[in-house]
Design a protein around this ligand. Structure first.
Ligand code: SF4
Ligand code: SF4
Length: 304
């Protein structure tokens, strides 16, 4: 878990007026830091637990201010590229870059600072039956902060939801889930070694946490990011469906949703000096997505 003190959390994006990831109109909070590194991640800036700098070359006007201010000599004079091995993320260059080419990712917030932003939209949440959704990155990695934040939302009657990859200790997961009204829980692959290849970690603790979560009285939506040729085999879909159906039992509030692959985050890999290995992968066709939904339904799942 990130060693944040209990009053501050590292967040990399606050998105207001979202109609995704929960009911009604919502504020989405994206926590920074994730135990996984999925090949298709559309938020690669979420993965590191540290504040980072994005280098958006197309915005650069070559004013040289970043080069002049950098205390580590991490910026090349020829093209103002960042040498990541020298950069410590101090953010000095981002303060000087008025063109928006050097952008800081991640900021520490206290609970009152976040609540002030959230509570401005109380009326919108109430009128739309919306609320707040905490995702990431991974909320469980900052469990103390996130659970306090969700409690603060409940204290002023704001609906709460959490998006999680489920990877972490059950103690930390429970701290977060206890104060969430709805939980969106990713299931990326049922085979542990395949899961490790795709995400960097095995799936054992994730499946155990899913089983424990299913025993809580919560609205649960399992989510399968559908990545063509990686996890869309009939075998994996049947196993995923059977697992979710076994957890649903008498709980009609357990559902599953397919999230078709897209490559919208691809540019961000370049801005972080990272490689994107799925460059040639295409979006799944609508007919294929529907066929995958049918396989899940045939296993007895409530597919949305
Ligand atoms: S401060 Fe920004 S615009 Fe100026 S050279 Fe550096 S990256 Fe380019
Ligand atoms: S974040 Fe700090 S160390 Fe890194 S490139 Fe910018 S000024 Fe240099």
């Amino acid at each position: 878990m990130i060693n944040s003190d209990e009053k501050r959390g590292l967040i990399f994006n606050i998105q207001k007026f979202s109609i995704h990831d929960g009911s009604g109109m919502r504020t989405l909070l994206f926590m920074k830091g994730c135990p996984l590194s999925c090949l298709w991640c559309s938020n690669p800036e979420s993965q590191s637990c540290k504040i980072e700098v994005m280098d958006v070359k197309k915005n650069c006007i070559k004013c040289q201010k970043c080069y002049d201010i950098c205390p580590k000599g991490a910026i090349a004079k020829e093209d103002f590229r960042i040498d990541r091995s020298l950069c410590d993320g101090c953010g000095a260059c981002t303060q000087k870059c008025y063109a928006g080419a050097k952008k800081s990712v991640g900021q520490w917030y206290s609970i009152p600072e976040i609540m002030e932003k959230i509570e401005k939209d109380q009326l919108i949440y109430r009128n739309s039956e919306g609320g707040v959704t905490v995702g990431g990155g991974e909320p469980i990695l900052q469990a103390d902060f996130v659970s306090e934040l969700l409690k603060a939302c409940h204290s002023v009657n704001i609906h709460t939801a959490v998006e999680t990859c489920g990877c972490g200790s059950w103690d930390n997961a429970k701290k977060v889930f206890d104060h969430a009204d709805a939980i969106f829980f990713d299931l990326k692959h049922m085979d542990s070694s395949q899961h490790k290849t795709l995400t960097g970690a095995e799936n054992r603790s994730i499946l155990q946490n899913a089983e424990s979560l299913a025993k809580m009285d919560k609205t649960i939506v399992f989510r399968l990011p559908l990545i063509p040729s990686f996890n869309d085999s009939k075998k994996n879909l049947e196993e995923t469906g059977a697992f979710v159906a076994s957890l649903s039992g008498s709980q009609s509030s357990v559902k599953i949703e397919i999230l078709p692959y897209h490559n919208l985050g691809q540019d961000k890999y370049r801005w972080l000096s990272k490689g994107y290995s799925l460059e040639s992968l295409r979006h799944p066709e609508a007919e294929h997505v529907e066929a995958c939904r049918t396989i899940l339904r045939n296993q007895g799942c409530n597919v949305i």
